[in-house]
Design a protein around this ligand. Structure first.
Ligand code: GDP
Length: 459
């Protein structure tokens, strides 16, 4: 078992708040904190029991000046976040107080932690696997209740369980192949039952993988949000729509064409689906530099968006500019929003007959917005969003699962065409390796480090 030094880090956001927490983890955490902690009741920390707290002061290690009034808690490993001895120091939530306390902990012998190092230790110490560790970050970054629920499921090990089941099918297959190869001299004499069993194990794995991957796109949306770009010429009502959806005045609404110059990003919750809305400057040819930046950004956003909302103003006749915008999004996944239904309609059905997914709304009067929401659910979640079942939400997991599936499918084809079992075992092993990357049982150290680098400090 690799030896770990004792690390410390600020676990709460830096700023002004009621309290800040400094986390210390490792063999020496009690010893280190004991050097700078002075309990109000004068007791030493030596007899402090796991899952208890103590009130007192953090003192300057050299001159014993009082630095801050704190409460410390002790969680003895392995029953702690990192599975090591952990002490958390609750100090006053100011930038100076927090940093001063941290400084003393470092002077007393702890090393400042790297981003994600606490969670990485929980993984390296075997308390959680990699997919569970990654879920910690997803919980922290969850945008809606639904994202949170999905991350919690993964954190509790729902994905790990499925992956381990799949690995079991693969291991059974390998065992069968090994048995057959070891006990037969000649490939021709192999027990005819064995390839049949191998085929059935691989088939079970393939079916399960297909099932897990089926909702992976929905999973990604739940985790990262559905990116939505709103496009339309100036004054069609893009900011008004954004405001209506956000229910607060974020973008500036004006009558002057072309005022929404910057791309604004916001999250809204659509029955738990996080929607990342990008309001754009509208696509149009322009010489105005500032606006041009906005326009270029808009084009970029359209290409990246999961869904484009094309807005037309029904109170004005269709113009060349609208037609240009229509032609630029017609191949994309779009909804045509015909805005300003509260005013007299100047656009005939005939003119827009080629458009799909048409919805009539009034952004200002908030008419028809529910239909828009329903349409989005219909397009991306086949109408309803399930909250109970596990879905693959992390792109890294999805890629690994696809690789596992590809190898399984090749193996399956080869069994069916009676290829040598040795050859089949190569693909089964590759599939097993890809699955191991999800839970971290087969992962290069560099990759593990890269994954944890994305975490925040103190986590
Ligand atoms: P943008 O340039 O596309 O962002 O358009 P805005 O949202 O700034 O809207 C331009 C003008 O149209 C504003 O005066 C809005 O109040 C008005 N507007 C937006 N939606 C509607 C609507 O549904 N009905 C009516 N009557 N006016 C609207």
């Amino acid at each position: 078992m690799k030896e770990f030094d004792t690390i410390c880090g600020i676990a709460t956001p830096i700023g002004e708040g009621g309290i800040s927490i400094i986390r210390v983890s490792g063999d020496k955490s009690k010893e280190i904190v004991n050097k700078i902690f002075c309990a109000k009741n004068g007791k030493s920390m030596d007899d402090m029991k796991s899952y208890t707290m103590r009130y007192g002061y953090i003192k300057d290690i050299n001159n014993k000046d009082t630095i801050d009034e704190v409460i410390i808690s002790f969680m003895k490993g392995p029953r702690s976040f990192t599975a090591e001895d952990v002490i958390e120091i609750n100090c006053h939530g100011g930038v100076i107080s927090t940093n001063k306390v941290l400084e003393e902990v470092i002077k007393a012998g702890a090393r400042l932690s790297e981003p994600g190092e606490f969670t990485k230790r929980a993984f390296l110490n075997g308390r959680i696997d990699l997919s569970q560790a990654e879920a910690v970050m997803d919980i922290i970054r969850a945008k809606t209740d639904l994202s949170m629920k999905s991350a919690m499921l993964q954190h509790e090990g729902a994905l790990s369980k499925e992956i381990n089941k799949l690995r079991e099918y693969m291991l059974n297959t390998l065992a069968l192949i090994e048995y057959a190869v070891d006990f037969t001299e000649d490939e021709e004499e192999i027990d005819p039952d064995i390839p049949i069993k191998v085929e059935s194990e691989i088939k079970k794995a393939i079916d399960k993988m297909h099932y897990l991957l089926k909702n992976a796109d929905e999973g990604r949306i739940i985790r990262d949000g559905l990116s939505l770009a709103i496009v339309g010429k100036p004054n069609v009502g893009k900011s008004s729509l954004l405001n209506a959806l956000l229910k607060e005045k974020r973008a500036i609404v004006t009558d002057i064409p072309g005022t929404t110059r910057d791309v604004i990003e916001e999250f809204i919750s659509l029955d738990g689906i996080p929607i990342r809305i990008t309001d754009t400057a509208g696509i149009r040819e322009t010489d105005d530099i500032v606006e041009k930046i906005g326009v270029e950004k808009s084009r970029e956003k359209i290409n990246e968006a999961d869904l484009v909302i094309l807005m037309l103003d029904t109170s004005r006749e269709l113009e060349e500019e609208d037609r240009k915008i229509i032609s630029s999004i017609i191949d994309k996944n779009y909804i045509a929003l015909l805005n300003k239904v509260d005013l007299e309609n100047k656009i005939s059905e005939k003119e827009i007959e080629d458009l799909n997914n048409k919805i009539y709304v009034s952004a200002k009067e908030e008419i028809g917005l529910d239909n828009l929401k329903e349409k989005i659910k219909e397009m991306f979640f086949s109408g309803s969003v399930s909250t109970e079942s596990l879905i693959i939400s992390n792109n890294r997991h999805k890629q690994a699962l696809y690789r596992a599936l590809e190898n399984c499918e090749t193996a399956y084809e080869k069994v069916k065409t009676n290829e040598f079992l040795d050859l089949i075992s190569i693909y089964v092993t590759a599939s097993l390796k890809a699955l191991g990357e999800i839970t971290g049982s087969e992962l290069e150290e560099d990759l593990v480090n890269k994954i944890f680098k994305d975490f925040c400090c103190g986590k």
